[in-house]
Design a binder for this molecule. Structure first.
Ligand code: NG6
Ligand code: CA
Length: 516
């Protein structure tokens, strides 16, 4: 296959030019990307989960294409989202690792992105939910105009959290302003030293709903200690238990107001990322504790959004792509009993490990595409696709061209996304990068860890990075590893010593892709 970077790899034929599905539709379809946070490929009942059910996502899968080899580019959030929006693998750029809540914007204004391309194609474009791609130019002014941000890279509308649920500031931003901010109570944020006089998890553990590890033991808001210190902005802070309803409301408002013309909505949900504080109506519903309960909340919320499309009469004109930014994890900083209550639930299905890992569980995620009348209902695809491919595939759909030097890793796989072809990628690069922390959990150099899946072969490049983080195996060894995913999807039987020739080939191929 010829990638946009011009690398010729053996083994697969070029895809036929995508058919013009758009032409058969009444108009350009609305496009909704629903991106879950830390949801594993084994977390939905349509992917084999048996300990609880996800009826709304199962129904979605039954009406569309369900992928068994759908990949986020990376095993953590920021890099996967960077790739989703830009069409570049994140490891081509520096600064694309997990960002603090006060980091500058990493996708710079004016850059060619999925939303900017769709805007050019006549779409109204919006983001609702988790951002975590940085804001501002250095020091963000939380009390003034927040820029650059989503509005500077192609979104017309944004209603979003700056980073993650577990990072300060715990406030929502609409377009360029913090929502509900009282100017008399300005927000201050510091990731290094304590500011203000609010209690912290370190000093006041008695105030907590559940305890955090040292990284998650800074300012307490809503009974949850966060990463980072914050003061002020009291009236603007979110209530974790109500946040998903607030975001759903904004997503519904966005589509309702724009239903008569094509729109693109990037709905970046938080479930089941930590801290897991579901609404009371979902508490106890999964029988697996708060992690399962937030998955039930996610499933219900997706169902509501789909019902809204139906009520508005636009469900048939809407393509929905559902996926997750990286694999799953039980303990990720809070003692919320996820580990003890998980029981026999297999978050990554038959794959090994999850979030942070270079094993399949890190990046092979649930992925469902529906578009009534266009995407094949009920098709289960084994084709390899990556989120990095969305931009080129959607460009083909809406008749836009990619600039030569942009979205360099993105392949037009529209027929694959619609279940009309099972010829996906012949290879995909996976990556992870650990945080460099001074806490007790990990001492990483912050180096990228890369792997290559090529056909059924999985090559993991040698790395001296730590082998474990938060209970998930990262998959690193100081020597190269080789697995055959067809016979060994759980990556247990390292064939590197038996097949040094193949190891050398894959190592060279990954080097070539990296340099291309
Ligand atoms: C890590 C946090 C983790 C989570 C993650 C981001 C520590 C020890 N761990 O650094 O709890 O917030 O960042 O998750 O601080 S992600 O899904 O947004 O990538
Ligand atoms: Ca994530």
């Amino acid at each position: 296959m010829l990638t946009r970077r011009g690398l010729l790899t053996a083994g697969t034929a070029m895809l036929a030019a995508p058919r013009s599905f758009a032409a058969s539709a009444r108009r350009k379809p609305n496009i909704i990307v629903i991106y879950a946070d830390d949801l594993g490929i084994g977390d939905l009942s349509c992917y084999g989960a048996t300990r609880f059910r996800t009826p709304n996502l199962d129904a979605l899968a039954a009406r569309g294409v369900r992928f068994e080899s759908g990949y986020a580019t990376s095993a953590t959030c920021t890099p996967s989202r960077y790739a989703l929006l830009t069409g570049d693998y994140p490891w081509r750029a520096s600064g694309t690792q997990i960002l603090p809540g006060d980091a500058p914007a990493i996708i710079r204004p004016g850059r060619f992105t999925l939303p900017s391309m769709l805007k050019r194609a006549g779409y109204a474009t919006g983001v609702v939910g988790k951002w975590h791609l940085g804001l501002g130019d250095g020091k963000v002014d939380w009390n003034g105009e927040i820029a650059p941000g989503p509005l500077d890279i192609g979104f017309d509308y944004g209603f979003y959290m700056p980073a993650t649920l577990d990072r300060v500031p715990t406030v929502l931003i609409e377009n360029r302003r913090v929502v509900g901010l009282d100017p008399a109570d300005p927000i201050r944020v510091d990731y290094k030293a304590k500011i203000g006089d609010e209690p912290t998890g370190f000093d006041n553990p008695g105030l907590l709903k559940f305890r955090g590890d040292p990284e998650h033991s800074n300012t307490i808001h809503n009974g949850i200690s966060r990463i980072g210190y914050m003061a002020g902005g009291k009236a603007a802070r979110w209530v974790d238990e109500e946040l998903t309803d607030v975001l759903l409301g904004k997503a519904v408002d966005f589509i309702t107001a724009r239903k008569d013309n094509p729109f693109f909505l990037y709905f970046a949900m938080n479930e089941p990322h930590v801290p897991r504080a579901p609404h009371t109506r979902f508490v106890g519903k999964s029988g697996r504790g708060p992690r399962g309960d937030t998955i039930i909340q996610l499933d219900w919320t997706v169902g509501e959004l789909v019902s809204k499309l139906e009520a508005l009469g636009i469900a048939d004109d809407t393509m929905i792509i559902f996926s997750s930014d990286n694999g799953p994890i039980l303990f990720d900083g809070y003692e919320d009993r996820a580990v003890s209550l998980n029981g026999a639930h297999r978050m990554s299905g038959r794959f090994r490990s999850g979030k942070y890992s270079i094993f399949e569980g890190g990046t092979r995620v649930p992925m469902i595409v529906i578009w009534p009348g266009n995407a094949r209902a009920g098709h289960v695809s084994q084709a390899m696709v990556s989120h990095v491919d969305l931009i080129a595939s959607i460009a083909g759909l809406v008749g836009e061209k990619l600039p030569r030097d942009q979205a360099v890793d993105s392949l037009d796989l529209l027929p694959v996304l619609l279940g009309r072809s099972d010829h996906g990628r012949d290879h995909v690069v996976q990556d992870t990068k650990l945080m460099v922390t001074t806490g007790t959990t990990v001492a990483s150099s912050g180096a990228r860890i890369l792997a290559l899946r090529h056909g059924d072969w999985k090559f993991i490049r040698a790395s001296v990075e730590p082998h474990e983080f938060h209970g998930n195996q990262i998959g690193t060894l100081p020597r190269h590893q080789l697995y055959n995913l067809a016979s060994d999807p759980g990556e247990r039987d390292d064939l590197a010593a038996k097949d040094p020739k193949r190891v050398a080939q894959k190592a060279a191929m990954l080097d070539r892709i990296e340099r291309s």
